[in-house]
Write a protein that binds this ligand. Structure first.
Ligand code: NAD
Length: 359
C-alpha cells in the first residue's frame, strides 16, 4: 500500500488539498488505488505550531512516504520573520531533504479554456508541453557566491558574484528524466542551453547528446535560451518536452505556464532518482482569496494525477482524473478565476464534488 503524506500548508492550501483528497478517496473507495494517507505541517502553520517551517515530525513522515501532496505555503503573516523561519525555507528544506532534483511542469491548454490565454486562441488551443527543470544545481547553489568589496578599475566598490556549475552526472540524470518522460508522450526532447557563451552549458549540451544515444526512439533538438523564450510565445506547440537547467527552467516554466492564462489549472511534480515525488500546484497560497471557497482546486487535483502517474505508476487512474477534469470543463463548470459569461460559477468545494461525480 502506497504511503502518501498530505501537506495542506497555508492560505488556500487547506481548501484545495481537501478537494484533491476527496478525489483520491473516491478512487480508493472503488478499489482503483490503495493508499495510506497521513498529514503533516509545513510553512507558516508549522512555524506557528513548532517554530520551524519544516518540523522534525514532518521530516520523518516525508522520508517514510512514497509521495507527498502539497498545497502551498506562505503569506503576509510570516513575511517579516528572520530568513531561517520563513515558510519558503520549509519548501526548500523538504525539496533538498528528499533529493527532489527533477521538476516536471506540464503546460496544457484545455480547448475549453483557450480564450483565457493572452495569446491568440489558435496559437495555444490544444497546447500540451512538458518542461523538465533541474532543481538542485546551477547558479542558485554554486560556490563561491557572495557580495564583497573589491578593487575595480583602481576603485573599491561592491561586487556580487555567483557560480554556474553542473557536473556530468547531474546533467545525465535530468536528461534521463526528460527522455523517459518523452517516451510516454510524443517522443521529442528539446534541450535548452546557452552554449555560445557559457562553458557550463557547453558541457550540458555534450552530455545530453551522449545520453540521447540510449534513447534512439526519441528525437533530440537543441535551442539557445533566448530563442526558446521567443519560440514559446511565437509557436509553443512546436515543443513536446523541454529540458533545461535550474535558472533557465525557472524562467521558461513560468513563461510557459502563462501561455495557459490560468494559474489555478497547472500542476507540477518534483521527483527523486527512484520515482518518489512531491506534487503541488504551481501557484502560491493566494492569501487574497483564502478561506472564501473561491480557490480553483483543479491544479491540485491534476497534481494528484501526476502523483498517480509518476510515483504510483498507475497511468489508468491518472488518465481517469485528467478525463474527469476535462469533462467538468466541458459541462461549463468554472471557479471564478476561469469563469466566462454563460458558464456555471462554482466554489472550491463544488468544483471538487463535480470532479468526483465525473470520475
Ligand atoms: P499566488 O500564486 O498565491 O497568487 C497570485 C494570484 O493568483 C492571486 O491573485 C491569487 O488569488 C491567484 N490564484 C493563485 N492560485 C489560485 C487558485 N488556485 N485559484 C484562483 N486564484 C488563484 O502568488 P503570490 O500572491 O505572489 O504569493 C502569495 C503567497 O504564496 C506568498 O507568501 C508567496 O511566498 C507564496 N507562494 C508559495 C508558493 C508555493 O507554496 N509553492 C509558490 C508561490 C508563492
Amino acid at each position: 500500500m502506497a504511503k502518501i503524506l498530505v501537506i495542506p500548508g497555508d492560505g488556500i492550501g487547506q481548501e484545495i488539498v481537501a478537494e484533491a483528497v476527496k478525489v483520491l478517496s473516491a478512487l480508493q473507495k472503488e478499489g482503483a488505488i490503495a493508499l495510506e494517507m497521513d498529514t503533516g505541517l509545513l510553512g507558516g502553520c508549522a512555524v506557528d505550531a513548532t517554530g520551524d517551517p519544516y518540523p522534525e515530525e514532518t521530516q520523518r513522515k516525508a522520508r517514510a512516504a512514497d509521495a507527498v501532496l502539497l498545497g502551498a505555503v506562505g503569506g503576509p503573516k510570516w513575511d517579516n520573520l528572520p530568513r531561517p523561519q520563513r515558510p519558503e525555507r520549509g519548501l526548500l528544506g523538504i525539496r533538498k531533504d528528499l533529493n527532489l532534483f527533477a521538476n516536471l511542469r506540464p503546460a496544457v491548454v484545455y480547448p475549453q479554456l483557450a480564450n483565457a490565454s493572452t495569446l491568440k486562441a489558435d496559437v495555444v488551443a490544444g497546447l500540451d508541453i512538458l518542461i523538465v527543470r533541474e532543481l538542485t544545481g546551477d547558479i542558485y547553489f554554486g560556490e563561491p557566491r557572495g557580495i564583497e568589496t573589491r578593487a575595480v578599475n583602481g576603485k573599491q566598490e561592491r561586487v556580487g558574484f555567483n557560480t554556474m556549475i553542473y557536473s556530468e552526472s547531474e546533467i545525465r540524470r535530468i536528461a534521463k528524466v526528460a527522455f523517459d518522460a518523452a517516451r510516454k508522450r510524443n517522443k521529442r526532447v528539446c534541450s535548452v542551453d546557452k552554449m555560445n557563451v557559457l562553458e557550463t552549458t557547453q558541457l550540458w549540451r555534450d552530455v545530453v547528446i551522449e545520453t540521447a544515444k540510449e534513447y534512439p526512439d526519441v528525437e533530440l533538438s537543441h535551442m539557445l535560451v533566448d530563442n526558446a523564450a521567443m519560440q514559446l510565445v511565437r509557436n509553443p506547440k512546436q515543443f513536446d518536452v523541454i529540458v533545461t537547467g535550474n535558472m533557465f527552467g525557472d524562467i521558461l516554466s513560468d513563461e510557459a505556464s502563462m501561455l495557459t492564462g490560468s494559474i489555478g489549472m497547472l500542476p507540477s511534480a518534483s521527483l527523486d532518482e527512484h520515482g518518489k515525488g512531491m506534487y503541488e500546484p504551481i501557484h502560491g497560497s493566494a492569501p487574497d482569496i483564502a478561506g472564501k471557497n473561491l480557490a480553483n482546486p483543479l491544479a491540485t487535483i491534476l497534481s494528484t494525477a501526476m502523483l498517480l502517474r509518476y510515483s504510483l505508476n498507475n497511468e489508468a487512474a491518472a488518465q481517469r482524473v485528467e478525463a474527469a477534469v476535462s469533462r467538468v470543463l466541458d459541462a461549463g463548470v468554472r471557479t471564478a478565476d476561469i469563469w466566462e459569461a454563460g458558464m456555471k460559477k462554482v466554489g472550491t468545494r463544488e468544483m471538487g464534488d463535480a470532479v468526483v461525480a465525473a470520475l
